[in-house]
Write a protein that binds this ligand. Structure first.
Ligand SMILES: C[S@@+](CC[C@H](N)C(=O)[O-])C[C@H]1O[C@@H](n2cnc3c(N)ncnc32)[C@H](O)[C@@H]1O
Ligand code: SF4
Length: 416
């Protein structure tokens, strides 16, 4: 698998140089970044799911409180690097299950608002058991405008396959109706063994009938370091399922907002990934700027220790070459299913045609993209192959990096 990603990387970066991550950190030059977003990671869950790759640990009130005190210090440390308040697009709380700290979300937002002006709303992830009127009200009163609920599946057979509890969709719908949000997204996992088009269609219909205006359908990924015994679906079956469900969603006039997300209302959106630059706070949080990518330590204990010692909790940093940054940009922009030549030119000061005209020409010939007025829109075929390639990317980069960071809080370096 890494042969494919290595060759692609060499071709697209026009270099044999790997992505070289080092255990160094430099001042974060974010003040001149446009389209900057914020991300805050809260790594606590009531129960740990054996299929989940994210950085998380079992919830404990005392541990969570001391983690949040460290998080606030990290925010002040980074925020103080700028003398003026910086305009940012959105703020997302991810995890773990950040809604477990619902009563501290206001304090975190207040700390961020000392340094940033958030223009396009704030989102947070919830486990279905957090969808109660009181938790939703606390989140709304704190300023949250978008929520994302990890449903996985409404069906008992898949819930038990994934080790998740049954969901009371009626009680959830009542709570969501009592405390409305601009975006209510529900997460599903697809490509589970023997999962059919009807299973998925039922899940999507149930979501929209019970308070969602946005759904995310993630392909199941069997990470090397997780303990799940659930096998991944075969390529052909997966393509058929993805194509069928996409056609179903488009037929229902849902808006495709990214490879895996669909919205029933124009204003509904939930994506912490498709932002040109972002600052991440908390353990395992990543920061992406014009010249660098950095990732914080995955260890909650080491994160708090570093912060208490007045140091920053960065574990690895990658200083981008220009072409490396370009492919990173293109990969995540393509995730939204559209790439704009104008936006590329604005970001890099050089035309997309000059840098990647050949590649986009080939992609058009292969039927992966259609082009109109400098906007490349992904076709159904393109979306499947993006999704297919993303699988290699996940194993060659994310699986390796997270696998290492789960074992070592501050590795010396890593080459990918
Ligand atoms: C942080 S969780 C969402 C909030 C909450 N912790 C929960 O589980 O309900 C993020 C989402 O990632 C997705 N996810 C986790 N592990 C996955 C895997 N192995 N493959 C695909 N999606 C996965 C699930 O859909 C999950 O809802
Ligand atoms: S899927 Fe959600 S609840 Fe389960 S371990 Fe991952 S973050 Fe926690």
């Amino acid at each position: 698998m890494s042969v494919i990603t290595n060759l692609t990387r060499m071709w697209l970066t026009r270099s044999i140089k790997p992505f070289q991550f080092k255990n160094t950190s430099e001042k974060l030059l974010y003040t001149d970044c446009e389209n900057l977003g914020l991300y805050v990671h809260i790594p606590f869950c009531k129960n740990i799911c054996n299929f989940c790759p994210y950085c998380k640990t079992v919830y404990n009130e005392e541990k969570c409180e001391s983690y949040i005190e460290s998080l606030l210090q990290e925010i002040h440390y980074v925020g103080k690097q700028s003398t003026e308040k910086k305009e940012v697009t959105s703020l997302y709380f991810g995890g773990g299950t950040p809604a477990l700290a619902a009563n501290r979300i206001k304090d975190i937002i207040k700390a961020l608002e000392k340094y940033f002006i958030i223009t396009d709303g704030m989102g947070i992830e919830l486990h279905p058991e957090n969808v109660t009127i009181s938790t939703l009200q606390t989140l709304k009163d704190s300023g949250i405008t978008k929520i994302s609920i990890g449903i996985q599946s409404f069906q008992t057979k898949y819930q038990s396959m994934l080790g998740r509890e049954a969901i009371n969709a009626v009680a959830m719908a009542q709570a969501l109706a009592a405390v409305p949000f601009e975006t209510v997204s529900m997460d599903f996992i697809f490509a589970l063994p023997l999962q059919t088009y009807d299973d998925l269609k039922n899940d999507i219909d149930t979501a929209f009938a019970n308070g969602a205006n946005h759904v995310a359908i993630y392909p199941f990924i069997d990470f090397s370091f997780t303990e799940t015994k659930v096998p991944a679906m075969r390529k052909n079956e997966k393509q058929k399922l993805l194509d069928e469900i996409t056609v179903y969603c488009l037929g229902k006039e849902l808006l495709r907002t990214s490879i895996w997300t669909f919205a029933s209302e124009k204003h509904a959106c939930y994506s912490s990934m498709t932002r040109d630059n972002f600052l991440g706070f908390g353990c395992s949080a990543t920061t992406l700027l014009k010249d660098q990518f950095k990732i914080n330590t995955f260890s909650v204990e080491e994160y708090c220790k570093k912060i208490n010692a007045g140091e920053i909790p960065t574990s690895l940093t990658l200083k981008f070459s220009l072409r490396q940054r370009m492919i990173y940009y293109l990969f995540w922009t393509a995730y939204s299913t559209k790439v704009s030549s104008n936006d590329f030119k604005k970001f890099f000061g050089v035309s997309l045609k000059k840098m990647y005209g050949l590649e986009f020409g080939i992609a058009k010939l292969l039927g992966f993209f259609k082009e109109e007025n400098g906007i490349y829109s992904m076709t159904l075929k393109g979306a499947f192959y993006y999704h297919y390639y993303e699988n290699f990317y996940t194993f060659a980069y994310i699986d390796k990096m997270w696998g290492l960071l789960r074992k070592e809080a501050f590795p010396k370096e890593m080459k990918l």
